[in-house]
Design a protein around this ligand. Structure first.
Ligand code: SAH
Length: 355
């Protein structure tokens, strides 16, 4: 058992069961024991790998997508080039390198990173030396300016709550204590006005998830994009409307029981893209794109061919495997989705289909 497990048990014994969101927030961000607060979780030595860590092509294509969108909206200067949850800074480094030939883009861009983990901030600082970077604790302090933002595997790390339907009422899934162990339980049924719209598409026993922290993030993006222009590109695993239990733990690249190693396993849930779009009603959103389809429309096959020309042997094999992993339906190609949001009347970024 981890030190955080003891702390959580004492808290539950004193004040009662925790919502999954409270449990998840402590596990990920507790300043002393939290998962992100205490380690670099990415890559072979960590617990999971993300698209920008798999291949430079991911960041290059998204960088050119952002730059074309900036040109399409009149190339405003200055503008905020922002990324919440930038991990090791790999995506932003690839975006920056790929956009150096876009006239005026680097001169106009101010890079804003939103990062909760001091360890990852340090890695980002080293990786992005020479770039005009400002760090933020939340999107609320982003400048009041045109905003081009990319978020990859950020929203899946935000704490979720789960509700199980019981007639027309809902029971919340909570973390409690039984015989000294953390266990999942259910509250008594209660009405939930925020879930009224889910009575139409669920049946008793179904589980739905909400992500309360995502709405203020979307509201802050909406304010800036609606007023000054820009675009938000959101890439994550999930779907258009949450249904079912998607709360999961990953430890050493393998699934784990989410209650087994608090603070020592990565906790995530599928992203409900409909809820993100509903939280930014003043913006226009694209169709929800499978990652593979988006990357193909942005030209990944041509880019992969060009990079392959200079590769031989094991390097060529691993480049081909990365291309496959990012785009194939059996890998990340359809599980991961992408959504773009822009001000009404603004063109969608390249690669994104209209609804
Ligand atoms: N986008 C990166 C990393 C994904 S991991 C990539 O694709 O490789 C999730 C990232 O979100 C980490 O950088 C983590 O520290 C950060 N993060 C998680 N919760 C956060 C929060 N509430 N506020 C800011 N950053 C957060």
């Amino acid at each position: 058992m981890t030190a955080l497990a003891e702390k959580l048990k004492a808290r539950i014994a004193a004040t009662g069961p925790l919502t999954l969101a409270e449990y998840m927030a402590d596990c990920l961000l507790d300043p002393q024991h939290g998962y992100y607060a205490t380690r670099d979780p990415l890559g072979a030595g960590g617990d999971f790998t993300t698209a920008p860590e798999i291949s430079q092509m991911f960041g290059e294509l998204l960088g050119l997508c952002l730059a074309q969108s900036w040109l399409d909206q009149g190339a405003p200067a200055p503008f905020a080039l922002a990324e919440p949850g930038p991990g090791r800074g790999t995506l932003m480094a690839d975006i920056w390198r790929a956009t150096r030939a876009v006239p005026g883009f680097h001169a106009a861009a101010r890079v804003h990173l939103i990062e909760a983990s001091p360890i990852l901030r340090g890695i980002q600082r080293a990786r992005l030396q020479g770039l005009p970077v400002t760090w933020h604790d939340s999107v609320g302090t982003l400048p009041d300016a045109p905003l081009w933002l990319v978020a990859n595997e950020f929203f899946d790390a935000l704490p979720i709550r789960q509700f199980q339907r019981d007639g027309a009422l809902w029971r919340e899934r909570v973390v409690g204590l039984r015989d000294g162990a953390l266990v999942l339980g259910l509250t008594d049924p209660a009405p939930r006005s925020g879930l009224a719209h889910r009575l139409a598409d669920t049946t008793p026993g179904d589980i739905v998830e909400t992500c309360p922290a995502s709405a203020p993030v979307m509201a802050a993006l909406q304010t800036r994009i609606a007023a000054h222009g820009g675009a938000a590109l959101i890439i994550d695993y999930g779907g258009w409307r949450s249904l079912g239990d998607t709360f999961q733990a990953l430890r050493n690249h393998a699934f784990d029981d989410p209650l087994a190693h608090p603070g020592a396993a990565d906790l995530t849930a599928h992203v409900d893209f409909e809820a993100l779009a509903r939280a930014a009603p003043l913006l226009t959103h694209s169709a929800l794109m499978p990652q593979g389809a988006l990357l193909r429309q942005l030209g990944i096959d041509a880019r992969a061919g060009i990079l392959a020309r200079n590769l031989r042997g094991a390097a060529l094999e691993s480049h081909r495997a990365a291309h496959h992993r990012l785009t194939d339906a059996a890998e990340m190609g359809t599980l991961f989705k992408a959504l773009a949001l822009v001000a009404p009347g603004a063109p969608l970024p390249p690669g994104f289909d209209a609804v």
